[in-house]
Design a protein around this ligand. Structure first.
Ligand code: AMP
Ligand code: GLY
Length: 428
């Protein structure tokens, strides 16, 4: 079948590789894509906010499956829109992503918290504030133990969470978010919540609305600096699985979080189709939800997909049409280590357009995923802050890390930067 994949990051290159390797994939289109996805299919420049235009493209190019990589089109309702488009024209078109209602799990922090309360999913205690009840916020903040966690309700490009130890600053920041529109309309509502202690971990689920699988755990490294210092980034590396996410922990995740969440969505009349990303805190062995995302993570996908031993076209078509139970599914028990190469200066200002030298042949258990790259004829140029993700699979975490860092050494471009301590905190 012909498939349209939406997005342009390392995650989308991982999707593109897995989809194009499947015998079920005839023509893969990627919009907008990058230099890596161009090796897997045809990059096309669609306006992803114009669902009618995306539908027309699908019609003209006989697309039967649309795979949204990132959250924006999902939260804006692309699944519902394309389903309506297909029904009106009597064409066969499935979307491997949740509907607009379920996508509010990521699109609105307040919605997600209310959903978790309703279905008994463990999460931090919270209260929601807006211009109408702002007067009560000082008292609520005073009742919390620092640090204070303030979350803009809407999408804010991953920047909408502010954590501060200072009570006065928390009070002032909350007012600025709401009255000063610090994150525009996204912070007209703000969730203020209890700070959870512990180590963060991500768990991924794939569901077709009826059946589901857990894709295992991963840990990403968000800060630019070694030892988790400096500003947040889009992700500097990832490890999968996470050693402390043992059978007992994953059992709790399944019983306390995955099942009530998916059953809750079904009870609301919105059975979940797609990938559900659980951002969790391991609170002394008990998982609590920090956030839901309605898509795969980046760079977690680059670590998890090499472990996924399933046909991606069959899986995603199954997601769109409610039949993943027919698709053989298994996860490689080995460990994946992903290291991101970024441009000097990232996440601040960077220069792009540097020619890259990439190794020609790489080992069977190694993967090179493009993120911020572009093609100029035959040359591959840097084209963003996060440039390339390097993943290796091995029996142990130290071996996987060693293999990835060896490959990192073999890649050259001006301003190449990366963290040398990915996974070190997990080597106990
Ligand atoms: P989010 O955008 O919800 O993922 O939040 C961004 C980051 O803030 C998370 O990845 C956590 O590191 C941190 N964070 C969010 N909520 C909490 C919380 N309640 N307790 C501790 N850390 C949190
Ligand atoms: N790695 C975090 C995210 O994809 O949101």
């Amino acid at each position: 079948m012909n498939i349209l994949l939406l997005g342009s990051g390392g995650r989308e290159h991982a999707f593109a590789k897995a989809l194009s390797n499947s015998p079920g994939c005839d023509q893969l289109y990627i919009s907008p894509g990058n230099a890596g996805t161009a090796q897997c299919g045809i990059n096309v420049g669609l306006d992803l906010n114009d669902f009618e235009a995306v539908g027309q493209f699908c019609l003209e190019n006989h697309i039967e499956l649309v795979v949204p990589g990132n959250e924006d089109p999902l939260v804006a309702g692309i699944s519902d829109a394309l389903e309506d488009f297909a029904a009106e024209r009597g064409i066969h078109l499935g979307v491997a992503g949740p509907d607009k209602w379920a996508s509010q799990l990521e699109g609105s922090k307040q919605f997600a918290k209310e959903f978790m309360m309703k279905y008994g999913v463990p999460t931090a205690a919270y209260q929601n504030f807006n211009a109408d009840n702002l007067a009560e916020s000082d008292a609520f903040l005073e009742s919390l133990t620092p640090p204070y966690v303030l979350k803009a309700d809407g999408l804010a490009a991953g920047k909408g969470v502010i954590i501060t130890h200072d009570l006065l600053e928390a009070k002032a920041t909350l007012k600025d978010m709401i009255l000063g529109a610090r994150f525009g309309a996204a912070s007209a509502n703000v969730v203020v919540e209890e700070f959870l202690q512990g180590i963060e971990i991500s768990v991924f689920v794939v569901s077709d609305g009826i059946d589901w699988h857990i894709l295992d755990s991963a840990k990403d490294y968000k800060r630019i600096g070694e030892g988790d210092t400096g500003p947040n980034t889009g992700g500097m590396g990832a490890i999968s699985p996470v050693p402390f996410a043992d059978e007992s922990f994953m059992h709790k995740v399944k019983e306390r979080i995955v099942i009530p969440s998916l059953e809750g969505l079904r009870a609301e009349g919105h059975p979940y189709r797609g990938f559900l990303f659980l951002g969790l805190m391991n609170d002394h062995g008990d998982p609590k939800v920090i956030e839901y995302n309605v898509r795969m993570g980046d760079p977690e996908t680059e670590a998890i997909f090499p472990r996924l031993k399933t046909d991606m076209v069959e899986l995603l078509n199954g997601v769109a049409h409610g039949n993943i139970s027919q698709v053989p599914f298994s996860i490689d028990p080995r460990t994946a280590a992903t290291v991101f190469l970024v441009s000097q200066g990232y996440p601040g200002s960077i220069q792009k357009g540097f020619e890259m030298s990439l190794p020609v042949g790489i080992e069977a258990d190694q993967y090179l995923y493009h993120a911020g790259t572009a093609l100029d004829g035959d040359r591959v140029l840097t084209n963003g802050g996060r440039v390339l993700a390097v993943t290796s699979l091995a029996d142990t975490l130290p071996e996987a890390l060693q293999a990835s860092y060896n490959l990192v050494d073999a890649i050259r471009f001006e301003g190449k930067a990366y963290r040398r301590d990915i996974g070190q905190d997990l080597l106990i």
